[in-house]
Design a binder for this molecule. Structure first.
Ligand SMILES: Nc1ncnc2c1ncn2[C@@H]1O[C@H](COP(=O)(O)OP(=O)(O)O)[C@@H](O)[C@H]1O
Length: 211
């Protein structure tokens, strides 16, 4: 099964993708996580991507498409989280899947309002070691700002600062939201109310993926 998780930043895609991927034995492909790791390690990809990411802009399509080609397992079985983000990327994904004899089963749209997004992103903290995602209020670690698994101090992402968040929302509206119609036309879009609690969203997600 191949799934795409679509929705604005802060909608909860990563939180849900990590759990669902584990439960269903799928590979979680988060282009955001891969890019942030590349930036941290100062790889050639990271060096090219950094300036765009710091401004809350999208990394150029060619770079992202090449990256996806590299990490896609030959037999499929993935959750794409944060990809595709433009129509060009969606078309590239269609072509790649076709070439490999695979197809996209469902696109889950994580539906939330801007206010919710701003609230969630300002409280988001991540583990720099394992990538676990927390929220100071909605999904707090057991000990003060320290990862439950790694005991490492959690950090706030550069692009979760408020002015960058606003730019990311604008970019989402202009460049990514058109994908809603793109996938609706293909008849594979499913809307999920992502404004509920994490557990409730997860139960609903499992239901829509299974049917
Ligand atoms: N249903 C939810 N209710 C409250 N907070 C949530 C919910 N889902 C995720 N969060 C928190 O909101 C922030 C953004 O979630 P994340 O999964 O990183 O979003 P995305 O991957 O869509 O950018 C995180 O801090 C996460 O812990």
């Amino acid at each position: 099964m191949n799934l795409v998780f679509l929705g604005p930043p802060g909608a909860g895609k990563g939180t849900q993708a990590k759990r669902l991927a584990q439960e269903l034995g799928l590979k979680h492909i988060s282009t955001g996580d891969i890019l942030r790791e590349a930036v941290k390690n100062e790889t050639p990809l990271g060096k090219k991507a950094k300036e765009y990411m710091d401004r809350g802009e999208l990394v150029p399509d060619e770079l992202i498409i090449a990256l996806i080609e590299e990490v896609m397992p030959p037999g499929g079985g993935v959750i794409f989280d944060g990809f595709p983000r433009t129509i060009a990327q969606a078309e590239a994904l269609d072509n790649m899947l076709k070439r490999k004899g695979l197809n996209l089963d469902k696109v889950i749209l994580f539906d939330v309002d801007d206010e919710v997004v701003v609230d969630r992103l300002s409280g988001r903290r991540v583990c720099p070691s394992c990538g676990a995602v927390y929220h100071l209020k909605f999904n707090p670690p057991k000990n003060d700002e320290v990862c439950d698994r790694c005991s490492v101090k959690l950090i706030q992402r550069e692009d979760d600062r408020e002015e960058v968040v606003r730019n990311r929302l604008e970019v989402y509206r202009k460049q990514t939201a058109p994908l809603i119609e793109y996938y609706e036309r293909k008849g594979i879009l499913i809307r999920l109310d992502a404004s509920k609690e994490i557990e409730e969203v997860y139960q609903e997600l499992k239901k829509v993926v299974a049917t």
